[in-house]
Design a protein around this ligand. Sequence first.
Ligand code: ADP
Ligand code: MG
Length: 602
Amino acid sequence: MTRIHNDPDRFVDEALEGLVLAHPGRLRRVDGGVVRDPAAARGHAAVVIGGGSGHYPAFAGLVGPGVATAAVCGNIFTSPSSAAAMRVARAAETGGGVLFSYGNYAGDVLHFGEAERRLRAEGMDVRTVLVTDDVASAPADQAQKRRGIAGDLCVFRIAGAAAERGDDLDEVERLARKANDRTRSLGVGFAGCTLPGADSELFTVPDGMMSVGLGIHGEPGIRDVPLQSASRLARTLVEPLLAERPAGAGERVCAIVNGLGAVKYEELFVLFRDIAGELSAAGLEIVAPVCGELVTSLDMAGVSLTLLWLDDELEQLWTAPADAPAFVRRGPLRESAGAAPEPRDEETAAVADAASAVPASERSQRHAREAARLIRVAHDAVAERSGELGDLDAVAGDGDHGTGMVRGLHAALEASADTAAGAAALLVRAGDAWSDEAGGTSGALWGAALVALGEGLGDADEASPPHLAHIVDLAVGRLAALGGAEPGDKTMLDAMLPFAETLRQAVDRATALDRALDEAAAAAEHAASATAALRPRRGRSRPLAERSVGHPDPGAVSFAIIARAVADAAATGPAGAATEGTSSASAPKIALTVTHEEEERT
Ligand code: ADP
Ligand code: MG
């Protein structure tokens, strides 16, 4: 929806005024649109584009050297008037005539057509090139009936770059027409858009579906299909465009992945990656691609793919310098994009080698299998409570602690699948994988802790209880040094330190390892619960410290969950199989205290 506006009737004018203010020294406001400022060189052809508003950066954001000379801007989704087109054209013209270029919509054709007729009558040389790139809007044998969508950019750009280098109006018109003949687009819509001041969406797409071929004002698509993965969507978009490869087209294309307004750039990049793969598999080379928002539709969720089939003269223009608010090119560029880069083999190999450099003894391999089992146990325990951990992190943090921990543990689990590895190599590898995959504060800290455990253990060592207690100390120390937190800062450390301390004391009393682990886990659970009283002085929760009071620290809780799961598993598995009678299997789960009223407190 549109949340920021004054009088909805003044929305477009106020937006244009703001755009000009936001780009000092670039644009000049004229009644009905904007003109580039300073003006184009005398005698150069003027490329005047336009259409309804609500499509930013089309059209006003595409005004500048190397793109359009001026834009005529109508109301939201409404063609500008012929009078506005005339005013803007007169302001843009410097003696070289005017090329009007805009998407093929009935209202625009009428108004711009009328403006062309009247300007000609005044003696101005005016031509028109309509953009007709949307393959979904009419069959190929009626291509002149097609509407214009993101392919606008290709045509405006080619015409603008030709005008900028001083081509005369005949030549600018020829090149713009050629660009349109070689441009094809296809879009999909996921959700509608809302006009400024309106309460409901202009159109809707059924939940879980996407509409293939949906226009940029909600014109119906060809068909509704269930949402697809990015790679499947890439094929949905690429295949129909390749099927319409223009006669005489070579192997070089410009590809534009265009967001319609409510699709995040990261999503566009994921799609671009898959599209680049498809195009490269089809033997095409992508030249100076564009991935972003170029022709939008207010806050509509949707994407389109445009291909402009280049030849030498089009490529030269496509890669020339440009400087519009929303389209800047340093030019001349020959950027190519192909399939996604693979990680370099040497790097992957180097990491693997370092991890398995020490030959593993049979004993160490046994320890490694036990470590892998405990990682699985930890993974399952955290996965089961990931939602609760997320809620806890959402109280004063960003809500990702559960998913982050599961991602890290899952990566650690996958990295510990190597049955030939020794315990040290396995833990180092698992720690690296955890930190790599999980990201976030806790990912870095847990990753470092596992690496420290591995390094402390050593592949040839005997894992005696005192030695284990010692390396747990080491790992917690490493984590504390890396994170810089002090006890009482309300972090995972507040559960880890009592765990390590209790384990060491129990082992010093010659308590059996499984008993010692059970005592240490109980201490961690107790300490994690007690963090509820603390105020966070570290990490993301610090700025919202007050909200956090009354809730335990998520990192401390996840540690306690892991400590409990590992202690229970150690009591029943190889490490503790020899000892009977631990009471921990039935120990109560650590309580989380997130309630929804409290969550809403500010
Ligand atoms: P992020 O804060 O990056 O979103 P997570 O949500 O996965 O990472 O982890 C949050 C947890 O990380 C906190 O609950 C806290 O226990 C722990 N944490 C944050 N900063 C530190 C630090 N400097 N030292 C130790 N632990 C920390
Ligand atoms: Mg977080």
